[in-house]
Design a protein around this ligand. Structure first.
Ligand code: SAH
Ligand code: SF4
Length: 437
């Protein structure tokens, strides 16, 4: 979502006459768009500010801004810790960037010292403003994000999102469709719908949820692939599951974070489902889409997690067999209930993460290996790292590298095309093969 937000900040700034600089040294304005989900991400921001300080010392006119969830969580505190900052604004405020910059310039002219902090929560206002901002996908980019929902009301006991992104809010279906059509008109053929709880999306006026939205978007000519992320198991309703069997444009890949396989821990996390509920969902989805690739997030070392609880997570992994997954050591976040609990030793967390990731890697390799010998439709996105190579994605989101004969490269632009590729090799995180025909 930060990638999407950064792109939209660029669009808001373009309306005010700004254009992208090639390097920080050439920039008049530098914005760090930040993430607060784990401590490591938040701390990186301060080391980056430390590096940028040198640029600012050389050129006092540079405007240095911090956007996103660290800005939201720390607000004024950021200015105290890093007084060289000019602007600190939260994820619901970036549509007012041109105004904030005007105000800053006025203050500079009047020699008023100190930065501006903007961390209100006008999410509805932001969505309204986004409507009138033109989408400008990077040239030749066949795939794009659209945020359709933001914020969260679920309050998992480990998570800062409800505090940094605010309450759950959905954008109207008409606005989303307009944005999708504008992107498709510019050559985009794959759209990923984004939300912290994307499957809780609901349009009260149109009276339909995510399944209805997917059906509506799938009707647009020129759109070839649809994806959405991130879903919460609680909101995975029957209609949405059925959509996997009904919509060929909906890609067979689902990121459905479970976090833990232990019911005791799931309850302490306030996840509002049991491991049996989760497994039942997976069974239903596989019934309508047997080839679905499944992905998840896992947290190890949540306060109170015993070896037995962790073993239940490994059991769940073996039961599901994931195509890929993200896993993290539990990171105490300020203001969240779990941060107040007695914490688990870091060495134990590290050791559990290691065991979990070893099993996940095995499952990912097995999933990738199973594609060998198959012919998969690949959406080509960009030039590969090697001379003559192009890279795209399989329906299961695996990167696929293909060497393209010079004659084809010279005669056709493959970027944005979906072509059959015979899969020959499986690497750690990708596949490679040859064009068919
Ligand atoms: N809404 C999604 C997840 C959004 S946050 C869901 O409910 O599944 C993305 C991921 O970051 C989470 O799934 C979780 O695995 C991880 N995460 C969030 N807070 C964390 C914390 N305090 N420590 C470690 N990982 C965390
Ligand atoms: Fe965070 Fe997801 Fe839980 Fe919301 S549902 S609090 S975003 S982990």
């Amino acid at each position: 979502m930060n990638v999407y937000d950064s792109a939209r900040m660029g669009e808001a700034l373009a309306l005010g006459g700004y254009a992208a600089a090639q390097a920080p040294e050439e920039a008049d304005l530098i914005i760090l768009n930040t993430c607060h989900i784990r401590e490591k991400a938040a701390e990186k921001v301060y080391s980056e500010i430390g590096r940028l300080k040198k640029l600012k010392e050389k050129n006092k006119n540079i405007i240095l801004a911090v956007a996103g969830c660290v800005a939201q969580a720390e607000g004024e505190e950021m200015l105290n810790r890093a007084p060289i900052l000019d602007l600190v604004f939260g994820p619901q405020n970036f549509q007012t960037l041109p105004n904030m910059l005007d105000e800053l310039q006025t203050r500079r002219r009047q020699h008023i010292k100190g930065g501006i902090v903007q961390t209100a929560f006008p999410a509805a206002e932001k969505f309204n403003a986004l409507k009138s901002m033109p989408r400008k996908p990077l040239s030749r980019q066949p795939t794009a994000f659209i945020t359709i929902q933001e914020g969260c009301d679920k309050f998992c006991s480990f998570c800062v999102v409800p505090y940094t992104r605010g309450a759950e809010i959905s954008r109207p279906a008409d606005d989303i469709e307009r944005e999708a059509r504008a992107l498709i008109a510019k050559g985009v053929c794959e759209i990923t719908l984004l939300g912290q709880n994307v499957n809780a999306w609901y349009d009260a006026r149109a009276a339909f949820g995510l399944a209805g939205l997917l059906k509506r978007l799938a009707k647009i000519d020129g759109l070839a692939r649809l994806r959405f992320t991130t879903s919460h198991p609680r909101d995975m309703n029957d209609e949405l599951i059925a959509a996997y069997g009904e919509l060929p444009k909906l890609m067979p890949y689902l990121h459905l974070p479970v976090q833990s396989g232990s019911d005791r821990i799931l309850q302490a996390m306030n996840r509002q489902y049991t491991s049996a509920d989760y497994l039942r969902l997976i069974e239903q989805i596989r019934l309508v889409r047997p080839d679905i690739a499944l992905s998840s997030d896992f947290i190890v070392g949540f306060p109170g997690e015993s070896e037995e609880d962790f073993a239940a997570t490994l059991d769940l992994l073996r039961e599901v067999e994931y195509a890929q997954a993200y896993s993290f050591k539990y990171s105490p976040r300020p203001g969240t209930p779990a941060a107040e609990k007695e914490q688990i030793d870091d060495a134990i967390k590290t050791e559990r993460l290691y065991r979990l990731q070893a099993l996940l890697t095995k499952q990912q390799t097995a999933f990738n290996q199973a594609q060998k010998g198959k012919t998969l439709p690949v959406l080509f996105e960009k030039l590969g790292k090697k001379q003559g190579q192009m890279t795209g994605r399989s329906p299961y989101l695996q990167p696929v590298h293909v060497m393209i004969a010079e004659s084809i490269r010279n005669s056709r632009d493959l970027c944005g095309q979906i072509l059959p590729v015979h899969i020959e090799k499986c690497h750690a995180n990708s596949l490679s093969g040859a064009l068919v025909g």
